[in-house]
Design a protein around this ligand. Structure first.
Ligand code: TRP
Length: 453
């Protein structure tokens, strides 16, 4: 338990920590972002690269954040300041900035989910046609209002400090996701396009991978960091509540396994539906999950009811992740400026709402924010964290990692060298390619959008 700052809650049990970390990791990254990245990056070629990133890069990088958190018992910003000190304290500023940017568009997508809870209840998207409905609610006034409602929910939960409630919600959410998604995946399995979809989704085309690795690598890096909530210190904060007899690697592994399983399951729903409807999996872009699930629900008995359950579960997943994002910023403001939690949350939440408002102008704005945040900012955050922890303060890191572990037999050194060289090199390459891709996007799709205004 930490007494490092005012207004912090703790979880007394290991399962509480795992639930909170899973609550942060499992969210729109799995359900919205993953299928749309798969669709835009050629299917299984992306999936295989993504899996490699999660296991070989993401998991060791998660240990880096865990070590800082448990060692210092502080939040993201305080943790890195105390662990590394000196100029590394500015890294905390980067974390806060990233939290701002990600939550600003995350909330817009969260708003779409809320709209789909309603749309399922009324059955409107079935009547209107899934593609058209998505086009209508994903931009403009509709999207702006829903974005406001989503941010209000986030502000309300964090200001009232009812994160305990979220812990309970997560306990229900994870089994609910698995149950509802399994039903939909079984339904998807029965569709005529399923075979074709599975081969697209699960059987990698190595030729495609070799031809397109320069866009697949940064996309997989961005997805790996985004989905595991890495690169901006979220996991520092959570691990700060852990006790020294906890085995960090086992806890991290549990989070990774649940999180990855839910992403893979989501793809098993989305792609059979898209293939059966004759839709090119790349075409719906950020709308992939919405369009495909809406398509399926129109077909199903009790479709509306399943739709309400599905999108409500997704909304809970999105909220529990959004809370971890805003918490980095809020706890920074509380610690740094001594502002009360309620005031800090309302101010910060409003600022984030405003930053996200332009995202509702056009769907291309989602790409603008998302590519910048996931493929550049998170990877940059990861590179700096790894450098500070595994190169500059390696002794401390090794010492901390060893706590709560019975016999390490040299695995700690293996971890250290994996993070020091291959992880760092791959992240540097990803960052380079990510910047390159972002520039290409600015000169291509984005310039086209600006010209059309
Ligand atoms: N991982 C969450 C998701 O997949 C989003 C998220 C929460 C996140 N906290 C984060 C992403 C911190 C990056 C960094 O939906």
């Amino acid at each position: 338990m930490s007494n490092s700052s005012a207004g912090r809650e703790t979880w007394a049990t290991r399962i509480g920590f795992i639930l909170a970390a899973v609550g942060s990791a499992v969210g729109l990254g799995n359900i919205w972002r993953f299928p749309f990245q798969v669709g835009q990056n050629g299917g299984a070629a992306f999936v295989i690269m993504y899996l490699a990133f999660v296991v070989l890069i993401g998991f060791p990088a998660m240990m880096v954040e865990f070590v800082v958190g448990r060692k210092t018992g502080l939040n993201a910003v305080g943790g890195i300041r105390e662990f590394a000190g000196g100029r590394w304290k500015y890294l905390g500023g980067l974390f806060v900035f990233i939290g701002f940017v990600i939550l600003s568009y995350y909330s817009v997508v969260g708003g779409w989910v809320l709209r789909y809870v309603l749309g399922s209840a009324t059955g409107r998207y079935m009547a209107q046609g899934p593609g058209e409905y998505f086009g209508q609610i994903s931009v403009g006034m509709d999207a702006l209002l829903a974005h406001a409602v989503f941010m209000l929910l986030v502000i309300g939960i964090v200001a009232l400090g009812v994160k305990r409630g979220i812990e309970i919600a997560v306990k229900i959410m994870v089994p609910a996701i698995i149950a509802i998604f399994a039903v939909l995946a079984v339904y998807a399995f029965t569709l005529s396009g399923a075979g074709e979809a599975y081969s697209y989704y699960l059987s990698p085309d190595l030729g495609y991978l070799l031809d397109n690795w320069q866009s697949i690598v940064p996309a997989a890096a961005g997805q790996g960091f985004f989905t595991l909530s890495l690169g901006m210190g979220v996991m520092i904060t959570y691990a700060s509540y852990l006790s020294e007899d906890e085995n960090l690697a086992i806890d991290g592994g549990t989070v990774v396994v649940f999180n990855t399983g839910i992403s893979i399951l989501t793809g098993l729903i989305v792609f059979p539906i898209l293939f059966t409807a004759g839709v090119d999996p790349a075409a719906p872009g950020p709308g992939a999950i919405f369009v495909s699930v809406a398509e399926a629900l129109g077909d199903l008995q009790f479709g509306r009811l399943i739709g309400v359950l599905f999108f409500t579960t997704v909304a809970i997943a999105a909220l529990s992740s959004a809370i971890s994002l805003i918490e980095v910023v809020v706890s920074y403001a509380i610690d740094e400026f001594g502002i009360a939690r309620e005031r800090a949350t309302v101010f910060i939440g409003t600022a984030i709402f405003l930053l996200g408002a332009p995202v509702t102008i056009d769907i291309v704005m989602v790409d603008l924010y998302d590519i910048f945040a996931a493929q550049i900012l998170l990877v940059l955050g990861g590179i700096l964290l790894v450098t500070a922890v595994a190169w500059i303060y390696a002794d401390k890191a090794i010492d901390e990692l060893g706590k709560g572990v019975k016999s390490f037999s040299g695995l700690d050194k293996v971890w250290l060298w994996i993070v020091r060289i291959p992880v760092l090199v791959v992240l540097l390459v990803s960052l380079y390619l990510g910047i390159d891709g972002f520039i290409e996007f600015l000169q291509g799709d984005f310039a086209e959008f600006l010209n059309s205004l």
